[in-house]
Design a protein around this ligand. Structure first.
Ligand code: GCV
Length: 662
């Protein structure tokens, strides 16, 4: 692909005003020849010129010269920055190079959002030490759960490096991302060889480009590497031969990749190998790798997505939701200090509504980070509009009641609760090689939003939406309001026309787009809704699977009782009769009917709102999104009618409003 065959997303840099001066740079405490500083200067020049028409010159001294003075301030914390604009220019202070880069991007952001250079000002420090993107890119170029084309990292088992690679790194750095895992957690075939000579040169090149933007490269690891790419017949983490094999391998990796971040590991999950095969614990596996990588300053990110995926649907005692906690809590306190557990936001799998995983904050002496999914696997495949930031905010704001004053998920994963430094947030990214990177142009709001939120968890969903709209489209006020409202409504709308009240699933198996109410009901995946002619929902109380008891007392009590359980999660925790009266005064069944009719209608409202933006959104973007809205309407209609018909046929209870149900 050639330059300019892809969009610049939120770094499009619209002309905001006509400046009349030039800029000169002054550096104190930072070396202008260092890669990250060079990137910062390059971005400043490029951004300022596009946004204001003002050039940055090597030497300038006339009366129209503004100065960008970048200086080191040892009183600031890691990766933080402080800048102030004035008639003379802008002063930018940071402790380290990443802080400078983030500061420059923040200056450009403020100008793109409407400030003049002399008005910019901000003091910011990242909420989370680790702010990571996880790619599920495969080396044949496909992307697991990718909805935006093919991988821009891999093709035909080779690594691609081109101008797009650099733009990707720029975008990530501009929202504060400092770690990227380039390959799928399901490590198979050629991907197992990423830690061998076959790929070192290219991985190094990629890592160097990332490094110029303050990003560390990480790799997903095949736990069975000693067998698959070595010549051992075991990968038992306590076996001496295995440990020696890893020691040599990791040395080789760091000999070639000096700034390598570490490994992300999916073990004992969905067919991936792991320590359980040898009767070992997850901690045995994670700690062995942690010890091996420690001398190099690397880390092991160990995923907690471990559950039985060959369950019998007849078995009502085994509960997939319990699995993460059951497997990982017992070893709390035994994970080594360079190991961090990566925990999905909910106990199941990225549904439109799930409770927060009880492992978050449940673990009291273990490094932990939050994993969310920007890729819309269960939330509309980047066809349906679903702005996910409100969901991430809910998760971050959740009080775990873990006993500390700092007890929200945001506190826990930032390291504030336990005072640990290895902490943060990761997201399964939604990018691909589509021209617009994210399939649906509006899905870029989720990509942007995750980065911004991981850097500053205090930002609101609306602030993030407005920033993204301003930088991407620079719309007039009325149109900004329309688009902002569309984004903010979209998650709830998607929820309304899909599965009700936290029950989840009901999607077409495997692909996960569109309805299939019983699609996962009689399968092996542990994903059941248990609907019969009287009611629906999974009893996860103390009388059921006991999942609710995995939370601290206050939350356990709340979830255990259907009267105090938040209604949006009612069916996740309880089996409820269709005639059950909700707080709205509607029966459960009437709520299902109403929300599905409303959801479909509101989806049409989104599409109508989009039409109002014709002429102000660039035509290519407008058409791409419009096309997707047409598909979303079909999808919403299908969900509405299949879900409503399903429950009408099961219960025999008609809609009180007499609408058509099939
Ligand atoms: C990468 C879900 C997805 C899988 C994914 C898995 C995971 O089950 O459907 O595609 O595999 O989560 O998070 O590991």
């Amino acid at each position: 692909m050639k330059v300019n065959e892809w969009t610049q997303l939120w770094l499009d840099h619209h002309r905001m005003y006509e400046g009349s001066g030039v800029w000169a740079l002054e550096l104190a405490g930072f070396d202008k020849d260092r890669a990250v500083i060079k990137s910062a200067i390059r971005e400043f020049k490029r951004g300022m010129e596009a946004l204001t028409g003002e050039k940055t010159l090597e030497t300038a001294s006339g009366s129209d010269t503004h100065k960008l003075i970048i200086s080191q301030n040892s009183a600031l914390s890691k990766e933080s920055y402080h800048f102030e604009g004035s008639a003379d220019g802008i002063t930018l202070e940071a402790l380290d190079e990443n802080g400078v880069l983030y500061g420059v991007f923040a200056i450009l952001r403020q100008i793109a959002c409407g400030k003049k250079a002399d008005q910019v000002s901000e003091k910011a420090a990242p909420s989370n030490p680790l702010r990571m993107m996880n790619h599920w890119d495969n080396m044949d170029g496909s992307i697991e759960r990718g909805y935006s084309g093919e991988s821009f990292f891999f093709e035909n088992e080779e690594i691609i490096i081109d101008d797009r690679t650099r733009d990707y790194a720029r975008f990530m750095a501009s929202v504060g991302i400092n770690g990227v895992v380039i390959n799928n957690v399901n490590v198979k075939g050629a991907a197992s060889y990423l830690i061998t000579d076959r790929y070192f040169d290219k991985v190094k090149e990629l890592s160097d480009i990332f490094g110029e933007y303050g990003i560390r490269l990480y790799l997903s690891l095949n736990f069975a590497s000693p067998i698959e790419i070595g010549d051992l017949d075991t990968c038992d983490p306590l076996d001496k031969k295995v440990i020696t094999w890893w020691e040599e391998k990791v040395k080789e990796v760091y000999d070639r990749l000096h700034s390598f971040g570490g490994f992300l590991v999916k073990a004992d999950s969905e067919g991936r190998p792991g320590p359980f095969t040898y009767g070992r614990t997850q901690a045995d596996g994670a700690n062995m790798l942690g010890d091996v990588i420690k001398p190099y300053g690397g880390i092991i990110i160990w995923r907690c997505f471990v559950y039985n995926c060959t369950q019998d649907w007849r078995d009502t005692r085994t509960d997939r939701a319990r699995a993460g906690y059951d497997y990982f809590m017992e070893q709390d306190g035994t994970y080594h200090d360079n190991v961090i557990l990566q925990i999905k936001n909910g106990p199941m799998d990225f549904q439109i509504r799930e409770p927060v995983s009880p492992l978050l904050g449940g673990l009291k002496q273990t490094n932990q980070m939050l994993e969310v999914q920007i890729a819309q696997e269960y939330t509309g495949h980047q066809i349906d509009l679903c702005y996910l930031i409100p969901m991430y905010k809910e998760v971050l704001d959740f009080h775990t009641h873990c006993g500390s004053e700092k007890d929200t998920v945001a506190d826990v994963v930032s390291g504030r609760t336990m005072g640990n430094e290895l902490a943060g947030m990761a997201a399964v990214i939604n990018t691909g090689n589509d021209k617009n990177w994210t399939g649906n142009d509006l899905a870029a709001a989720n990509l942007y939003g995750f980065g911004r939120l991981s850097f500053n968890t205090e930002l609101t969903s609306e602030e993030i939406a407005r920033e993204w709209i301003a930088q991407t489209f620079n719309l007039p006020e009325k149109e900004t309001e329309i688009l902002c409202s569309m984004l903010l409504r979209s998650r709830e709308i998607y929820e309304k026309y899909t599965s009700p009240l936290g029950i989840g699933w009901m999607v077409t198996p495997n692909g996960h787009y569109g309805p299939s109410v019983d699609g996962y009901e009689y399968s092996r995946w542990g994903t059941y809704h248990r609907a019969d002619h009287l009611g629906i929902g999974v009893d996860r109380t103390d009388k059921g699977t006991g999942y609710a008891q995995q939370y601290y007392e206050e939350n356990a009590r709340m979830y255990n009782d259907p009267l105090t359980c938040p209604e949006e999660l009612l069916l996740f925790f309880h089996h409820i009769p269709y005639t059950w009266m909700l707080k709205t005064g509607k029966t459960l069944l009437q709520h299902i009917y109403d929300s599905h009719f409303e959801g479909e209608e509101e989806a049409r409202g989104l599409a109508t709102d989009w039409d109002k933006l014709q002429g102000v959104i660039p035509k290519e973007s407008f058409d791409r999104v419009k096309e997707r809205f047409l598909l979303q309407l079909d999808n919403a209609r299908e969900w509405r009618d299949q879900v409503n018909s399903y429950f009408y046929r099961k219960s025999g209870i008609p809609d009180q409003k007499g609408r058509t149900i099939y």
